[in-house]
Design a protein around this ligand. Sequence first.
Ligand SMILES: CSC[C@@H](O)[C@@H](O)C(=O)COP(=O)(O)O
Ligand SMILES: [Zn+2]
Length: 214
Amino acid sequence: MSFAHISLEAKQKALAELTEVKSLFASRGWFQGTSGNLSIRVGDFTPEDFHFAITASGKDKSLSTPEDFLFVDQTGQPSELTKLKPSAETLIHCEIYKQTGCGAIFHVHTVFNNLVSELFWERKSIPVDGVELIKAFNIWDEEAHIDIPIVSNFAHIPSIVPEVTERLDKRIPGIMLRKHGIYAWGANAFEAKRHLEAFEFLFEYVYRWELLKR
Ligand SMILES: CSC[C@@H](O)[C@@H](O)C(=O)COP(=O)(O)O
Ligand SMILES: [Zn+2]
């Protein structure tokens, strides 16, 4: 799907934001072994206008090069002729955009998110009780309780998509893949980053609290 009609300014803004977030997350050790992927939407949700910039697959995400990102359409196919391959997990981004109408999606693998996804795999969600940072998700209840959904991690990415569709909770801007990593999203890059940071704080808190209780 051609995207020549989408303004250069919008494309450059998405790429500049991705570059900044990628370098910040890399400095935190959030892209170990080329893991993780990031995307930002440009255009709205009509088939002609829906495109997003996403990290190219398998790159060392701690480096900044002219080949770090490419644009794809709503089916995850490159929007322009390019030799770059979109992230292997592009279809998960496509589905999250479709389900939530969000503007940015950030995915990272960390030791804490992997540990809690396995710790709570049997209940298929990570429970968090009354921690202040739940407010980062715009949930303001006193002593709020949330459950962050965990889905299976199949090697075949298209097989993960139906479970994402089924388990995604519109109140919670994130979903965990078992022993893999978190996908967090938001209306824009600022919000997706706030959500991702809150998730990672909560995962470490939950893990440490579980150990203290035992
Ligand atoms: C090399 S381990 C990580 C990958 O298997 C995958 O889960 C990941 O997050 C990065 O894949 P990518 O295709 O670079 O977006
Ligand atoms: Zn991954």
